[in-house]
Ligand binder design. Sequence first.
Ligand code: HEC
Ligand code: HEC
Length: 122
Amino acid sequence: MQHPAKRHLWLLPILVLALFTVLWLAGGDGESGPRMPGDADHDPGQSEAECLVCHSHQSFSPRSVQHPRRDDCYSCHTDAEGRLHPRLGAPTELPGGWPDDPRLNPALQDSRSTGAGDGGHG
Ligand code: HEC
Ligand code: HEC
């Protein structure tokens, strides 16, 4: 006679497979973005603020509007070898980053244009 719980053991491999599928989807390229180039500009020893010197909306290599709205670069972008260098407690919003980007913030856009129109505040 079998223990009743053992009758459901066949479910276990299916659940494990489902779990791995979810983890694989969550960790896939769609979330983590492209690797950084292997040059000195992309040394993972520097701060995220230094990344924004070149990759802020004002600079010559801005991130696309579709980019995830977070400034903790090292949580997602690996080095050229594919290694992640996450920094615990890195701020997700930095000066010069997404909060300051007028492409994403209608209030900032208004203050730059002629001022007529909706006149909405925050
Ligand atoms: C939450 C994860 C995440 C964080 C944090 C993040 N990125 Fe990204 N990044 C991505 C993804 C995903 C893409 C691909 C976006 C796309 O296909 O439009 C990307 C693309 C890029 C690109 C290529 C241009 C583009 O917009 O597609 C650059 C450059 C870049 N990121 C720089 C940075 C910098 C600099 C920071 C920190 C200030 C940063 N990223 C923070 C996920 C992230
Ligand atoms: C001195 C300017 C400069 C700095 C600083 C800089 N980048 Fe870049 N970055 C570039 C340029 C220019 C490119 C595109 C040229 C290339 O692909 O080699 C690039 C490419 C990238 C890409 C690949 C984009 C793609 O579509 O493949 C990512 C991701 C990225 N940078 C993230 C970062 C992160 C994160 C930092 C901070 C550690 C950083 N960058 C610092 C100038 C810079």
